[in-house]
Design a protein around this ligand. Structure first.
Ligand code: KIV
Ligand code: ZN
Length: 547
């Protein structure tokens, strides 16, 4: 059975393909990944440019055709990330989003212009409800804007995508007109967005059919779809669209995204592959990279993958009932429609130990998709040696925790320097914490709490002093075994914004402290970007010197 599993991809085809438009109508589905743009719009997510680059490098390994790296005009951080990815990630098309404003188009081009394959993605509301309430524009005005902005984008580069936002609630006649106009103006991909996840599978299929029938120049563009999951139909709608002629699917790793999320890349790709008998279509995805990519995205965004998640959930290939186990022992295809190895679920991920050197460490990280600069590598290597003293066997998951921790250092305004707790079932729970402040000053304090984590958080709050509410706290072991690294995920809320923090350590109280600091640092950075002035009379960051 093992030898029979086909886990190959069509890398050869990929290298030789030059035009995605030429492939519209072929049996090839273009995978457009928007994890770093729509995925990052999920409430509570904020990735640093370096974290985004790490994900983009892994997406390249995965073999996605297009990476939507961000929305350059939306913030300086987004611009920086898109530009960094455009310069570093050479194989896929790198796409920058822009709304229909000259400055947004220009900024998007500035961010992607150094890419080997740049794309500008222009979008505009197409439904009356959005035109009236958000843009306050008539259909005719919208048509003119779209035409003009696509032409502007086209003056920069050939590869232009246009999305009519909320297309599934747009008046069909107007939608056809809009699509025809933007294709005439130079759009080579048109993307039908079910922005609010409203469409049923039947309706979405009919819309695709009617677009193919009623837009006279549709054959000049690649027809794409972008489905949201508000009714849990994003993947089903995307698959129905490709069955009826769409040749690009926009999706995200783990299905993360605005509200209920986007179509999950791993589900779309594995459905096309596993049911090639039904679809007769292929992608260029190297499916053995799916699991690794999913873990990386989960680690860096803080969105945990539920155990029963299709394709990459912890239980996706576990068989519990006796009857199923019996079938599996006799012949795995009795209960398994996919081989776990085809999605890269590791049989064993034990790789490094105490005696492993810096070279082996760096090589393994590169295989996992992480490339660190010299300083970051040295820190991470020190942390690895430290961990190897506590833990005999270092698995890939440990390395990912460790490097994620290293990448998180970038967002630190305040650094956690020391945590000390006293706890037990009959004692008072107390904590002493020392932080290093933005100017290198030492800030220390101590407090009592209802438990050690509560005590630590109280101390940190007393030192930093920015009001916030803890809305989520979870703790997980990253591998099996009692010596596993504890990974803490928290979300805090402040002034209506959600901030995610993650921390990893073999000591769960330390991991909790790191996670809280990570979330607070993101909150502080966001206040700084918004120009919030911290009070100087009653400092927001009160200094409590250790006695
Ligand atoms: O959901 C949506 O409509 C979008 C567009 C920008 C494509 O994300
Ligand atoms: Zn979207």
């Amino acid at each position: 059975m093992d030898e029979e599993v086909d886990i190959t991809t069509d890398e050869g085809d990929r290298a030789s393909s030059t035009s995605y438009v030429d492939e519209a109508g072929s049996d090839r589905v273009i995978i457009f990944d928007t994890t770093l743009r729509d995925g990052e719009q999920a409430a509570g997510t904020s990735l640093t440019p370096r974290e985004k680059l790490a994900i983009a490098c892994q997406l390249e390994r995965l073999g996605v055709d297009v990476i939507e790296a961000g929305f350059p005009i939306s913030s300086p951080g987004d611009f920086e990330a898109v530009q960094l990815i455009a310069r570093e990630v050479r194989q896929p098309v790198i796409c920058g989003l822009a709304h229909c404003r000259p400055a947004a188009i220009d900024e998007s081009w500035r961010a992607v212009q150094d890419a080997a394959h740049p794309r500008i993605h222009v979008f505009l509301s197409a439904s009356d409800i959005q035109l009236a309430h958000m843009l306050k524009k008539s259909r005719q005005e919208a048509l003119a804007m779209a035409r003009e902005m696509v032409a502007r984008a086209k003056s920069y580069t050939h590869d232009i995508e246009f999305s009519p936002m909320d297309a599934t609630r747009a008046e069909p006649g107007f939608l056809y007109q809009l699509l025809e106009a933007v294709i005439d103006a130079g759009a080579v991909t048109v993307n039908i967005a079910d922005t609010v996840g409203y469409s049923t599978v039947n309706e979405f299929g009919n819309l695709i059919r009617s677009i193919v029938k009623n837009v006279p120049n549709i054959h000049k563009a690649c027809l794409s779809v972008h489905c949201h999951d508000d009714l849990g139909l994003a993947v089903a709608n995307s698959l129905e669209a490709v069955r009826l002629g769409a040749r690009q699917v926009e999706c995200t790793i783990n299905g993360i995204g605005e509200r209920a999320g986007n179509a999950a890349l791993e589900e779309v790709v594995m459905a096309l592959r596993t049911r090639s008998d039904a679809f007769g279509l292929k992608t260029h995805i190297n499916t053995t990279q799916l699991y690794k990519t999913s873990r990386m995205v989960s680690d860096l965004t803080g969105f945990l993958v539920q155990s029963n998640k299709a394709i990459i959930g912890a239980n996706a290939f576990r068989h519990q009932s006796g009857i199923h186990q019996d079938g599996m022992v006799k012949e795995s295809t009795t209960y398994e429609i996919m081989d776990p190895r085809s999605v890269g679920i590791p049989a064993s991920s034990l790789v490094l130990g105490k005696l492993s050197g810096r070279h082996a460490f760096r090589e393994r990280l590169a295989e996992l998709g992480f490339t660190l600069g010299n300083d970051a590598l040295s820190h991470a290597f020190e942390a690895f040696k430290d961990l190897a003293d506590k833990k005999r066997e270092i698995a890939d998951r440990d390395l990912i925790s460790l490097v994620s921790e290293e990448l998180r250092q970038e967002t630190q305004v305040y650094k956690l320097d020391h945590v000390d707790v006293s706890c037990g079932d009959h004692s008072l729970h107390s904590a002493a914490v020392r932080l290093i402040g933005p100017d290198g000053e030492t800030l220390a304090d101590a407090a009592l709490g209802t438990g050690p984590v509560d005590a630590v958080y109280k101390v940190i709050n007393r030192i930093i002093g920015i009001p916030n509410t803890l809305v989520e706290f979870s703790i997980n072991a990253n591998t099996e075994g009692f010596d596993a690294i504890g990974e803490v995920l928290i979300r805090i809320e402040s002034d209506g914004g959600l901030y995610t923090g993650r921390g990893a350590s073999t000591d769960i109280v330390v991991a909790s402290a790191k996670a809280y600091m990570n979330a607070l640092n993101r909150l502080i950075l966001s206040r700084q970007h918004a120009g919030v002035k911290e009070s100087t009379e009653e400092p927001a960051y009160r200094v409590h010197e250790a006695s």
